[in-house]
Ligand binder design. Structure first.
Ligand SMILES: NC(=O)c1ccc[n+]([C@@H]2O[C@H](COP(=O)([O-])OP(=O)(O)OC[C@H]3O[C@@H](n4cnc5c(N)ncnc54)[C@H](OP(=O)(O)O)[C@@H]3O)[C@@H](O)[C@H]2O)c1
Length: 241
């Protein structure tokens, strides 16, 4: 495959970092965006010709247009953008923290809109490009444990669907990735076994990222979540999922 120019937002750990590694290993030029400069510098040192680090906090969306333009200039164009930044702070069963909820809205949703709107505008003018958003199986229902995390992922899914409906006729692919539990910094505190590895998740994302569809990373999730989506409200509430 021809070398492509890619932006990965949320590139300093987890799935985003693995995506940068695998894209660079196959010869793509990748702009790696996140807050932690030390992590980005370590990552860039693995493939200095391919990986360009750009420190940025997605809760500062007003800085996106200038940075986006500068990255496109340094990459020499843009073919793909992947928005992988996300936060999921621990939320107690009786906790209603506006600060935590706001942080999830800002990182998981507002930041995505700032970056992906910039890419959509550029791609519609040049007539090609791939937009990828990392959603989650968590966006499929309003679960009790994480009200706002679920909400941000459901909103991201709807936003990406709308972009897909706008942009597919212009030859632009918009892909929504819905991972299940994956072993990363985000889930390090959970006592859950059998999670997918971040490297495996990144490989699967790269295989489907140009599909222009919604994609679960585990084939069995397509069936499991079709059932979960159809569980009647009253039953779903009692299941405490
Ligand atoms: N792990 C799972 O089980 C799972 C399941 C489904 C979906 N997801 C989604 O997958 C995506 C990747 O998560 P992950 O599991 O790989 O988690 P992770 O290892 O915690 O990575 C999160 C990334 O987001 C970046 N980020 C967070 N806040 C940011 C900010 N204010 N500005 C810029 N970047 C920021 C982090 O970089 P800095 O801290 O350096 O800024 C980091 O690179 C997220 O959207 C997550 O919701 C995860």
């Amino acid at each position: 495959m021809k070398s492509r120019k890619v932006i990965v937002v949320g590139a300093s750990s987890g799935m985003g970092r693995e995506l940068v590694r695998q894209l660079a290993a196959r010869g793509d030029r990748v702009a790696a965006v996140a807050r932690r400069e030390d992590k980005l510098a370590e990552l860039a040192a693995e493939h200095p010709q391919q990986i360009l680090p750009f420190p940025h906090d997605v809760t500062q969306p007003e800085s996106v247009p200038e940075l986006f333009a500068e990255i496109c200039r340094q990459l020499g164009g843009l073919d793909v953008i992947i928005y992988a930044a996300g936060v999921m702070p621990e939320v107690g069963a009786t906790e209603y923290s506006f600060e935590k909820d706001r942080s999830m809205i800002e990182v998981n949703l507002t930041g995505a809109v700032a970056w992906l709107n910039a890419a959509a505008d550029r791609f519609q003018n040049v007539g090609h490009g791939t937009i990828v958003g990392i959603g989650s199986v968590a966006g499929e229902r309003g679960r009790q444990g994480q009200p706002m995390y679920n909400t941000t992922k459901a909103a991201l899914k709807t936003y990406l669907e709308a972009l897909r409906n706008r942009l597919s006729k212009r030859g632009i692919r918009v892909t929504t990735i819905k991972p299940g539990p994956t072993a990363t910094e985000m889930t390090a505190h959970l006592k859950q076994t059998g999670m997918m590895g971040a490297e495996d998740a990144a490989e699967r994302i790269l295989r489907v990222m140009d599909s222009g569809k919604e994609k679960f990373l585990k084939p069995s999730h397509a069936i499991i979540f079709a059932i979960i989506r159809n569980i009647p409200t009253g039953v779903f509430r009692r299941l405490k999922l």
